[in-house]
Design a protein around this ligand. Structure first.
Ligand code: GLY
Length: 560
């Protein structure tokens, strides 16, 4: 008996390194991002010996160049990192902050009403950028290569240029009038004030020089000295309120991610100032009390919607920058709290949003931001979502820098109950205050189960959270990376009280049944998503990368 136990122990011991190797190192690297040139930039850095974090610096920087309407040096982002060697997970919060001169009512007129587009257009709409500081921090604290090496592909792309593609051209058509207002941006993106033809080469030599300065001087190359003073002067001249102190004092923050479990799957996502992780935990805790597999399709969709409704209601009520307001994260992510919410859900009827406590009123719009996912051969993981908020952000490029500023100030609740760009409402928790970070929906997420790992996220404003939720549910049900990004989507965000859906998401019979339960439906030709996913199935060390088929992203798996 003893001998056979010893033999068994020995066998297990011999197997351990094999199991550990399987779970810790895929031996392959994968990147999925919104643009093939950004994905190639990341792989170039991996091939040079960089790890996933160096590759993240390269991809973030390259996206600044080739997807300038979504994110960039003039904006911010959230980088969820998971280090293989010690299983350390952290979120690098490079979110923009409100300038020191910002006030709670800065976008309201004398009657206390919102001034149209004041929080959206021009430098008054811009928070202090966090992306440059985040790149420096990631390279210094987590990378293997010098910052300059990881920025090199972006500098090359900004100098040589890239051909204008359909989605960017669409954005230019949409924002042409805004971009025409300031010569620096018009000179980069328009030709004689017009939107160029597809294939026109977009060169950004000023942006290349700004990256070079960052590469040589690090953080100070952007946030201090003559360069920073020049940005402040230009912003103030164009109607903004930045100061040199705002730039000097900007800091990225390392935050502990939100972690929770759903049916044996460990899910790690973004904490405040994002609402993503809290809302996902809330939704999955609600759903965890239902036997979804035993229910029909319509009831499952109904329950997903009811979970979304309740989580987005809490987002509006409680979420904000936890450095400024007490966000009850422990309560909102607690399974007992979800038990209470679940008890108000009927299987056969929609709950009107107006029946939930603290209901606030409604208006509509669109979105932009970007997400990428990386897994390196050692098993290091990055889920990163970065943004300048709306298409082309504030529309304002600081002359001589190539830096297109965000309009992230619109992510604050500029007045309680007034909807922002994404129809989201908020309360005092997300009111504007100097140095505060606006509430985000960005939800870079990593989940792990016995099956393997998924790294995912998407742009899409308020719809990010529900897209990540549906993506996770489909992966948990067995979908692969391609199926996850291709999934037809639907969305509910409490206010407005309706389900938005892509045509393929709900067939005619399902629509009728949902309507008969009291749901209002509205078809969207697309739900703004642009999901990028990497998966690693432990069985056979199968690594996959997939970009959303709705757009032109780049996904590639390589062995170095
Ligand atoms: N700017 C979009 C978000 O952060 O949610």
């Amino acid at each position: 008996m003893f001998r056979s136990f010893k033999r068994l122990s020995l066998l297990l011991l011999m197997m351990l390194p094999v199991l550990a190797a399987t779970a810790a190192a895929p031996g392959k690297s994968a990147i999925a991002s919104a643009h093939p040139l950004a994905t190639a930039a990341g792989h170039e850095i991996l091939e040079q010996g960089g790890n996933a974090f160096d590759a993240a610096v390269a991809v973030s920087a390259a996206l600044t160049v080739v997807e300038p309407f979504s994110s960039g040096l003039g904006g911010g982002g959230l980088w969820l990192l998971s280090r293989a060697e010690d299983q350390h997970s952290v979120m690098i919060d490079g979110r923009e902050v409100a300038p020191g001169a910002a006030t709670a009512d800065m976008y309201l007129d004398e009657q206390g009403e919102p001034i149209p587009r004041a929080s959206l257009d021009g430098p008054l709409a811009a928070g202090i950028p966090g992306l440059p500081a985040a790149l420096v921090h990631m390279a210094d604290q987590y990378g293997r290569l010098p910052l300059a090496q990881s920025l090199a592909p972006a500098i090359r792309l900004a100098t040589a240029g890239f051909p204008l593609y359909a989605r960017m051209r669409l954005g230019l058509q949409y924002k042409q009038k805004l971009i025409q207002r300031w010569p620096a941006g018009a000179g980069i993106f328009l030709v004689g004030g017009d939107v160029p033809e597809p294939g026109h080469v977009i060169r950004q030599p000023d942006l290349a020089r700004t990256f070079e300065r960052l590469a040589v001087e690090g953080r100070d190359g952007f946030y201090a000295g003559e360069f920073a003073d020049g940005m402040v002067s230009a912003v103030r001249e164009a109607g903004g309120i930045w100061s040199a102190e705002d730039l000097r004092d900007y800091r990225v923050v390392e935050r502990a991610p939100i972690e929770f479990s759903y049916r044996g799957v460990r899910i790690v996502s973004a904490p405040p100032p994002s609402s993503g992780g809290v809302a996902l935990a809330d939704m999955f805790n609600i759903l965890g009390g239902f036997d979804l597999a035993g229910l029909d399709k319509v009831t499952r969709i109904h329950l997903n919607v009811e979970a979304m409704r309740r989580a987005y209601r809490d987002r509006a009520e409680y979420l904000g920058d936890s450095d400024f307001v007490a966000v009850p994260v422990g309560m909102l992510t607690h399974p007992f709290y979800a038990d209470g919410q679940r008890s108000s859900i009927r299987l056969d009827r929609a709950t009107p949003s107006s029946a939930l406590p603290g209901y606030r009123g409604e208006e509509p719009k669109g979105a932009h931001t970007t997400h990428y996912s990386i897994l390196d051969a050692d098993g290091n993981r990055v889920a990163a979502t970065q943004t300048i908020n709306g298409w082309f952000g504030s529309g304002y490029v600081i002359p001589g820098t190539g830096v297109l500023l965000n309009n992230e100030m619109d992510d604050f609740a500029i007045k309680p109950g007034v909807q922002n760009l994404y129809e989201l409402v908020g309360a005092s928790a997300n009111a504007i205050a100097p140095g505060k970070r606006p509430l985000s929906s960005m939800s870079p997420t990593i989940a792990e189960s016995d099956r393997g790992v998924i790294i995912l996220g998407t742009p899409g404003g308020s719809r990010i959270i529900s897209m990540v939720m549906l993506g996770l549910l489909s992966w948990i049900d067995g979908a692969d990376a391609t199926a996850v990004v291709s999934l037809p989507r639907y969305h509910h965000q409490y206010v407005p009280d309706r389900i938005y859906f892509e045509p393929a998401a709900l067939d005619e019979a399902t629509r009728k049944e949902l309507e008969s339960m009291g749901h209002e439906l509205r078809e969207s030709s697309r739900l703004y998503g642009n999901m990028n996913v990497v998966t690693w199935d432990y069985a056979g060390d199968e690594v996959r990368a997939a970009s959303d088929p709705r757009n032109e992203g780049g996904a590639a798996v390589r062995v170095y």
